[in-house]
Design a protein around this ligand. Structure first.
Ligand SMILES: *[C@@H]1O[C@H](CO)[C@@H](O)[C@H](O)[C@H]1NC(C)=O
Ligand SMILES: *[C@@H]1O[C@H](CO)[C@@H](O)[C@H](O)[C@H]1NC(C)=O
Ligand SMILES: *[C@@H]1O[C@H](CO)[C@@H](O)[C@H](O)[C@H]1NC(C)=O
Length: 457
């Protein structure tokens, strides 16, 4: 679903300007402050071990139920809200910036396809469940050096829907979506169906692309080693022409040959394949012309048929756990291919910190001076996530319960008074490109007028 270093690099003391008023502070925050700030690359403390808890005792009564209705002990969480987890789409924002700068439309589509794959790469080995956002919870992230800012809001509780809106600081692109992960428990695994549409608009090129994420499955939640699989077809449509890129996230299959593999193509208006895209979502993506690709496949097949027969004879019957197949050789590069994207390696202490990437490590950081600027509904103010991040598991558990109880009480009050919940920064509307229902940013968050925000913590 989703380190013992204490490393907080602070602001350049010379620019600390504590005498500034609030308005000035906001400005100077944007202009100078961030330039001196180094985001943290580690959490305050390593994670709590999950080994001692029996998941089975909690889940055995719940087969086929929707997981959002089951209360799971906090040790299965990771100290991020789902709103922060979806912000991880922005980790490889340079691919969107690259797309904006490319004059050729097929080249742009390649960069967008690489972005769509890279956006789910942070899921790799992330078996911790992010916290369900509370209704009205928000998250913002401004990264001047990467040229974007993002705001998100939990716009619905049942079903849980998270809406986000990111924009380029220089007007190059808008990237937005509403995500509604439907979780299903299937005995040995939990599957998340990625409902909701993601839209990317390249403003200078007058282009809009839409897609949805692949399915995501966490295996062996009862026994054995947890591992993550993503599968399904992701279609990126260029709405200016109807041209598209089809990406097939392959299920790993019985022998794990296809583990993590993604394969697809870009086709033009006449349905002619212009290029093949292939790789692994955990590793890298390449593009190559269709002729070279086919030729390479044919020569590969000859050697393989024999090998596969032997493997099939060796494979045993259903074990207790669905073990992750041995990872096969890394992506085999077809001669003549161009690299579109390669994953960054995770820091060494990632293994003891929920397998977070460097980007994820920084998401819940309360940077100095931020308190005065963030909306009071921002996830960084959630006491349960903060407590968990600091290794105070009992406090985290207690606070989580308190927040959920507070949310229930508020809902009850509303139903008594006939007051409807109203979202603050997003509105229920129609996606202009797909014609489907979507949650669209109504603007104004960065004016920072926070009157009438609900008290959710
Ligand atoms: C997308 O639409 C634009 C605008 O009509 C068009 O020029 C371009 O060829 C399309 N790009 C791709 C990759 O299909
Ligand atoms: C992190 O990755 C390792 C190696 O794949 C895995 O064994 C472990 O369960 C993962 N931890 C979390 C919290 O997902
Ligand atoms: C949003 O609008 C659609 C119709 O456009 C409606 O079916 C849906 O119930 C609305 N959702 C909410 C939460 O208001």
């Amino acid at each position: 679903f989703c380190c013992p270093l204490h490393f907080y690099c602070s602001v350049d003391k010379a620019s600390g300007k504590s005498t500034l008023g609030k308005k000035d502070l906001t400005l100077s925050f944007a202009l100078s402050f961030l330039h001196f700030f180094h985001f943290r690359t580690s959490l305050p403390v390593p994670m709590f071990s999950r080994n001692t808890i029996s998941v089975w005792s909690i889940l055995k009564k719940c087969i086929g139920l929707e997981l959002s209705k089951i209360t799971m002990p906090i040790v299965f969480n990771e100290p991020l809200s789902f709103l922060q987890r979806i912000t991880e789409y922005m980790e490889h924002i340079y691919l969107i910036n690259r797309a904006c700068s490319l004059p050729d439309s097929i080249e742009r589509m390649k960069a967008v396809a690489a972005f769509a794959v890279s956006a789910v790469a942070s899921q790799w080995d992330r078996t911790g469940k992010p916290f369900n956002p509370l209704l009205g919870e928000t998250y913002e992230l401004t990264r001047e050096e990467h040229g974007f800012r993002l705001v998100s809001e939990q716009v619905s509780h049942h079903p849980p829907i998270s809406a986000f809106h990111a924009e380029s600081l220089v007007g190059d692109f808008v990237f937005h979506g509403s995500i509604y992960p439907k979780l299903k428990f299937w005995g040995k695994s939990v599957e998340a169906e990625p409902k909701g549409t993601i839209t990317l608009e390249l403003l200078k090129h007058n282009e809009a692309y839409t897609w949805s994420n692949p399915y995501c499955c966490v295996h062996n939640i009862i026994l054995g080693k947890l591992w993550i699989e993503q599968y399904g077809t992701v279609e990126i449509v260029n709405h200016s022409t109807g041209d598209k890129c089809v990406l097939n996230f392959k299920p790993c299959g019985m022998f794990g040959k296809e583990l993590h593999k993604v394969e697809g193509y870009i086709q033009d208006k006449s349905k002619k394949k212009c290029c093949i895209i292939y790789g692994k979502w955990t590793e890298c993506m390449w593009s190559v012309d269709p002729q070279s690709y086919e030729a390479h496949k044919k020569s590969e097949k000859k050697g393989e048929n024999r090998k596969q027969k032997q493997e099939e004879q060796k494979a045993g019957q259903n074990d207790d756990a669905d073990d992750m197949p041995e990872v096969q050789e890394t992506v085999c590069v077809v001669p003549g291919s161009t690299l579109l994207w390669r994953i960054d390696s995770r820091p060494a202490h990632s293994a003891t910190m929920y397998n977070f990437t460097n980007f994820a490590m920084s998401l819940n950081e309360l940077e100095p001076g931020m308190e005065a600027i963030l909306a009071p509904t921002d996830c960084r103010f959630r006491p349960d996530i903060r407590a968990m991040e600091n290794g105070r598991m009992d406090d985290a558990s207690r606070e989580k319960e308190r927040l959920e109880e507070k949310q229930r009480a508020a809902r009850k009050d509303r139903s008594k008074s006939d007051k409807e919940w109203s979202t603050r920064w997003f509105g229920n509307g129609t996606n202009p490109y797909t014609g489907l229902q979507d949650w669209l940013y109504t603007g104004g968050y960065f004016d920072r007028h926070y009157q009438d925000l609900p008290d959710i913590y």
